[in-house]
Structure formats: C-alpha cells, structure tokens
Ligand binder design. Structure first.
Ligand code: HEC
Length: 235
C-alpha cells in the first residue's frame, strides 16, 4: 500500500514537471506566480502592442500601434510650484484657425513676464536656436537654409508681418503657418512667449508696447562664438 502511494506521488510530480515544459524556445514553461519575478517592463517610446505574453490576453492586441509614452490629456498643464510659471502654462484660448483673433485680442505680454528686458534677452537666445536659420539674424527672412536655397524666404518681420501682435506671433509659433511648422513641441508656452517678445523687437526696432519699456532695443548682436570658446579652452 505504502509503495503504491509512493509510485503515485512520483508519477504525479514527474507528470507535472514534464507537462510544465513548453515547446516555445523562449518560454520558460509553466511558472508559478510569474508576476513575482517577472514584471511587465514597458520601455519608453515603444509600441505597447509589443508587450505580449503566453497567456494570450487581449491587452497586447488592443494596444497595438499605441506608443507607451502617452500624450497628455488635452488641456493638461505641467505642474509648477510657482504660481507665475503655472499661469503661463495655462491652455492658449485660441485654436489653430484663430490666428487673426489671437493677433487682434492678445497684444500685451502676460503680467507674469513683467521683466521685459530679461525675457526679451532669453527670447533672443531661443530665437537663435529655433528660428534664425530660416528668419535670419535680424528677422529679414535670410537665414542659412533660405540662403542655400532650401526654403522660400519668409517675409521680413518688419514687412508684411509687422503688425502681428504678441498673441499672433505666439499663435504662429504654436501652430505653424504655411511652410513654417508648429514649434509647440520644441518650445514650452513660456519659451514661446519669450521668443514672441523678441520677435516684437525685430518688428519695431524696440519693444515699445503701450509704454511698456519702450527702451528695450532690438539686440541683434552675435551669439557667443562657441567655436572660439572651445578653441580657447583647448589650449
Ligand atoms: C523652416 C523655416 C522656419 C522656421 C524654423 C521658423 N519659421 Fe517662421 N516662418 C517661416 C515661413 C516660410 C513663414 C511664412 C509663412 C506664411 O506666411 O505662409 C514664416 C512666418 C512667420 C511669422 C509671420 C506669420 C504671420 O503671418 O504673421 C512669424 C511671426 C514667424 N514665422 C515666427 C517664427 C518664430 C518665432 C520661429 C522660431 C520659433 C520661426 N518662425 C521658425 C519659416 C520658418
């Protein structure tokens, strides 16, 4: 009797062991509580649908062609502890088709950008990184990619676009216009306002908006020459 029980136990354990194997070369076979040692690692920027498992659950199928890094829900704003920063990140009330309304109704800089001089300066720095290659150093539409013939020249800022207000410029940067692409993913809202403030000085020669620090002149002096600095350090 004892012997029979032993046999049954051996056969059972052997059977379970053998049947827990799987033909799939990458599969470890049956796992007891796999979640304990195998987490569903999802890499950033991969297709969610690549996350498959042996259980053939429908999640992978459902999430095919969905990027794991999700787009924030519409209207969501980044969290900032500082009230000023948070206010600047609030959704822009004008949509893609509303360039003219944005330009007509949003003329003054946000009160949270009261340091006109500092913000224009930062706007200039960003302009030289993001816009100068098309619009040119002084906003004449003669940037590097235009000069080599890869782009049609945009109008000078002090020409046809001269009366585009801050809100209008912000709108163009956010949504793009014609051959100019949207820059909303490269510059956050605060940065876009600052660039717009700098563009204003290129349009008019100085900031000069309803008496707001009219003495902030357009400053088109060259960006710091990086090559020279590098060479200097190399010695
Ligand atoms: C790839 C080249 C390119 C880049 C980069 C670019 N622009 Fe433009 N931009 C254009 C072109 C082309 C137009 C003319 C669009 C039209 O009117 O159809 C234009 C038009 C504009 C206008 C005038 C639009 C209007 O109707 O008032 C503003 C203002 C402007 N750009 C600002 C910027 C700023 C600020 C940046 C950087 C954040 C920038 N652009 C980057 C090519 C570019």
């Amino acid at each position: 009797m004892k012997l029979t029980l032993k046999y049954i136990a051996v056969i059972l354990i052997g059977g379970i062991t053998l049947s827990s194997c799987s033909k799939h070369p990458d599969s470890p076979g049956y796992e007891y509580m796999p979640d304990m040692y195998r987490s569903q690692a999802i890499e950033a920027y991969v297709d969610y649908g690549m996350v498959t498992d042996e259980e053939k659950d429908t999640t992978a199928e459902r999430l095919k062609n969905t990027q794991s890094a999700r787009i924030p829900a519409e209207g969501s704003i980044p969290y900032y502890k500082k009230k000023n920063k948070a206010a600047l990140m609030m959704p822009f009330i004008y949509g893609k088709a509303d360039l003219d309304s944005a330009s007509a109704n949003w003329k003054l800089p946000s009160p949270f950008l009261a340091d006109i001089e500092g913000n224009v300066k930062e706007g200039k720095r960003l302009f030289e990184i993001m816009c100068m290659h098309c619009h040119g150093k002084t906003g004449q539409g003669d940037g590097g990619v235009v000069v080599v013939g890869d782009y049609n020249p945009p109008s000078p800022y002090d020409g046809a676009y001269k009366e585009r207000s801050l809100g209008g410029i912000f709108h163009v940067i956010t949504f793009g216009k014609g051959a100019m692409g949207a820059h909303a993913s490269q510059l956050n809202k605060e940065e876009r306002w600052k660039v717009a403030m700098y563009v204003r000085t290129l349009q008019h020669g100085d900031f000069n908006l309803n008496g707001l620090t009219g003495n902030v002149k357009a400053d088109t002096t060259g960006a710091p020459v990086v090559a020279a600095a590098v060479l200097g350090n190399a010695g």
